[in-house]
Design a protein around this ligand. Structure first.
Ligand SMILES: NC(=O)c1ccc[n+]([C@@H]2O[C@H](COP(=O)([O-])OP(=O)(O)OC[C@H]3O[C@@H](n4cnc5c(N)ncnc54)[C@H](OP(=O)(O)O)[C@@H]3O)[C@@H](O)[C@H]2O)c1
Length: 261
């Protein structure tokens, strides 16, 4: 059990990581590379992907591939999935959906968010699961949000659509569990990424408060009394990808510092 996080734990495995150019996706890709997996990094920005790929290659000596594609572009995603049918570890992740009051959340936003948050995961898992099943091993880890368990104000889309991911993970667990495949959600709470910093600044401006003041309010219900670090989410993703995590199925793991309701 002491060897769960070594540089060889995932050697010989190939990971496909969505939203890997920054934030939680990037951190997850780094964790998997640090554990020896070869990684395919997908996001829209080629430039940022190149930087991440170069860094992971240099630091960990693993093979890296970049795939510049939009998760909502069915044809582009299909082409990526065909090129990487030998993926062992699928990490799904995407940009955050729009935030706002329920009545001011237009149907078009729901449609766009469904395509990114839910449909891309269905498309990717439908393409890759048969190959994983044929090889007798696979890990699907979906980066979601604590909204799967605890709804947040002004986040109707996240509160609603991310729950669908749990249904998908439970279904995959049920239909593919005996083939050595697991499917689980990692559900972050407040975690320090570039996006979190941008959102905090915007919310502080809107509320006419300083960022420190707003952050102190946001931390009050968090038992850990601090913001999470991307590497803490990534470590959970990495653990779920190991062989010894093979008995964790269809779960939603909250990594939120013990956020009280
Ligand atoms: N950070 C938190 O506190 C927190 C808490 C709970 C849940 N989450 C959720 O966790 C996810 C990741 O969060 P984060 O803070 O790491 O976000 P982030 O910094 O905005 O990173 C999002 C990543 O997804 C990529 N991406 C966005 N839209 C895409 C698309 N249509 N096709 C392909 N790639 C796309 C981005 O790269 P490109 O722009 O180059 O495509 C980027 O690599 C989000 O869904 C967020 O809502 C975050």
């Amino acid at each position: 059990m002491r060897d769960v996080f070594t540089a060889n734990t995932l050697k010989g495995r190939k990971a496909l990581v969505f939203g890997a150019s920054r934030g939680l996706g990037r951190a997850s890709a780094e964790q998997l590379a640090a554990m020896g997996a070869d990684v395919v990094l997908l996001a829209r920005s080629t430039e940022r992907l190149r930087l991440v790929a170069g860094e992971l290659q240099r630091k960990y000596g693993v093979a890296t591939t970049i795939e510049a594609a939009d998760l909502v572009d069915e044809a582009a995603l299909n082409a990526v999935l065909r090129r990487h049918a030998d993926t062992d570890l699928l990490i799904t992740n995407c940009g955050g959906p729009p935030v706002g009051p329920y009545l001011q959340t237009p149907l078009a936003d729901w449609d766009a968010a469904y395509r990114q948050i839910v449909r891309s995961v269905v498309q990717a898992t439908q393409a890759l699961l048969p190959h994983m099943a044929a090889r007798g091993f696979g890990r699907v880890v979906m980066i979601a949000s604590r909204t799967v368990r605890h709804p947040l104000a002004l986040m109707a889309i996240s509160n609603s659509l991310r729950k669908a991911l749990l249904g998908i993970a439970e279904t995959i667990a049920d239909e593919f569990g005996e083939k050595g495949i697991t499917a689980n959600l990692v559900c972050p709470g407040l975690t320090r990424t570039e996006r979190m910093t941008e959102v905090l600044a915007a919310r502080a401006r809107n509320a006419g408060k300083s960022e420190d003041e707003l952050l102190a309010e946001m931390l009050r219900p968090i038992a850990a009394g601090r913001v999470g670090q991307p590497r803490e989410i990534a470590a959970t993703v990495g653990f779920l990808c190991t062989d010894v995590a093979g008995y964790i199925q269809g779960q939603c793991l909250l990594v939120d510092g013990g956020h009280k309701l």
